[in-house]
Design a protein around this ligand. Structure first.
Ligand code: NAD
Ligand code: UDP
Length: 349
């Protein structure tokens, strides 16, 4: 297949691009690099043993998207978006503009160029505070922050579009908590500032970049009082996208959970990480983080039935791979970019 991967230089996109290349697909990455680095693209091509073409662009730029899509594509995978829930509380309009306008523009460009297959990155944030766990796809959708709202609106836009054009086919994947890295240690989560997600933060504490982890709340009604989440290895997510591409055909919109189907608390994650890295991860308990919920984990049985997909890697493997990435790239790619740039400047005549 020829696949356009919007946001393909980012965390989940980069791992998916490697899998696509390894399976012989032709890949074009369309990314503004607002939260990623050209180094990721270099490493995608090394690990994928083939070359993805890179186009620098913003998904809100319809002309740029149409110019690429007009080449003809079998499918689009749409990862491009802003993803930090607590940041979205401060900047809702930025999130609505980037995520919702970006997705609307992509749909318009796909319609204009006759590209009719889409895999979309949604999120467990559409469920907000669940009534019960595990969460199945028909659970109530009660978003609790603008990021979750943007995901819900995008799901609805895509769903309505599929209804209006029965030739359009979409699979909406609600990821739970992506974690881990490529087993080579050459790709991983590379946030621009301090990570807001638990696993990369724990890795940075273990590496000595922060004095301690702040654990947000130890009074939740969970087995040890800390928040419980369903961590899913990014390599498993990449595999699910491959299977979703194969399943896309003949119109309609399917939404499904991608999780491992079991929950771990923050303290479980800390203990697993300490075992893997062989160092203590100091932590302090702090107040609950606004907008957090106690316990979230998936019923992933629909993805198993529909795609033949299930998570293969457990928490230990996620921690091992995240730690390898942390050791090989202690400051992510951006610091390397700055170093290469300054070396080039210094060596310029
Ligand atoms: P990421 O930030 O690493 O990757 C997103 C990529 O999209 C980046 O390369 C960024 O530069 C690009 N991008 C953002 N806005 C863009 C725009 N307007 N035009 C072009 N490129 C743009 O994030 P990720 O973790 O890989 O997440 C991918 C998708 O999965 C996102 O839509 C995110 O909301 C969703 N998701 C992520 C998580 C998570 O915890 N990582 C959980 C659930 C859902
Ligand atoms: N968490 C924490 N300290 C951190 C980051 C996260 O205690 O520095 C907790 C958070 O409260 C939640 C879990 O770890 O219970 C997972 O948080 P993350 O931000 O990774 O994902 P979320 O489920 O919020 O999208």
């Amino acid at each position: 297949m020829k696949v356009l991967v919007c946001g393909g230089a980012g965390y989940i996109g980069s791992h998916t691009c490697v899998a696509l290349l390894q399976h012989g697909h032709e890949v074009v990455i369309f990314d503004s690099l607002v939260n990623s680095s050209p180094f990721a693209v270099e490493n995608i091509n090394i690990l994928g043993k083939s070359s993805a073409r890179f186009v620098l662009g913003d998904v809100r730029d319809r002309d740029a998207l149409e110019a690429v899509l007009a080449e003809g594509f079998d499918a689009v995978i749409h990862f491009a978006g802003l993803k930090v829930a607590c940041e979205s509380l401060e900047k809702p309009l930025v999130y609505f503009d980037n995520n919702i306008v970006g997705t609307l523009t992509l749909l318009q460009a796909m319609q204009a160029t006759g590209v009719r297959n889409l895999v979309f990155s949604s999120s467990a944030s559409v469920y907000g505070q669940p009534d019960r766990v595990p969460i199945s796809e028909n659970a109530p959708l009660r978003v609790i922050n603008p990021y979750g709202r943007s995901k819900l609106v995008m799901e609805q836009l895509i769903g309505e579009f599929c209804l209006a054009d029965p030739r359009f086919s979409a699979i909406l994947l609600r990821y739970f908590n992506p974690a881990g890295a490529h087993p080579s240690g050459q790709l991983g989560e590379d946030p621009s500032g301090s990570p807001s997600n638990l696993v990369p933060y724990v890795a940075q504490v273990a590496a000595g970049l922060h004095a301690h982890l702040s654990i947000f709340g130890n009074d939740y009604p969970t087995h040890d009082g800390t928040g419980v989440r369903d961590y899913i290895h990014v390599m498993d997510l990449a595999d699910a996208h491959m299977k979703a591409l194969d399943r896309l055909d003949g119109g309609g919109c399917i939404v499904m959970n991608l999780g491992a189907g079991r929950g771990y608390s923050v303290l479980d994650v800390v203990a697993a990480f300490e075992r893997v890295c062989g160092r203590p991860v100091p932590y302090v308990f702090e107040d609950r983080r606004p907008g957090d919920v106690a316990e979230v984990w998936a019923d992933p049985s629909l993805a198993e039935r529909t795609l033949g997909w299930r998570a293969r890697y457990g928490l230990r493997r996620m921690c091992e791979d995240a730690w390898r990435w942390q050791i090989k790239h202690p400051h992510g790619f951006r610091r390397e970019e700055a170093r290469r740039l300054s070396l080039r400047r210094l060596s310029a005549p």
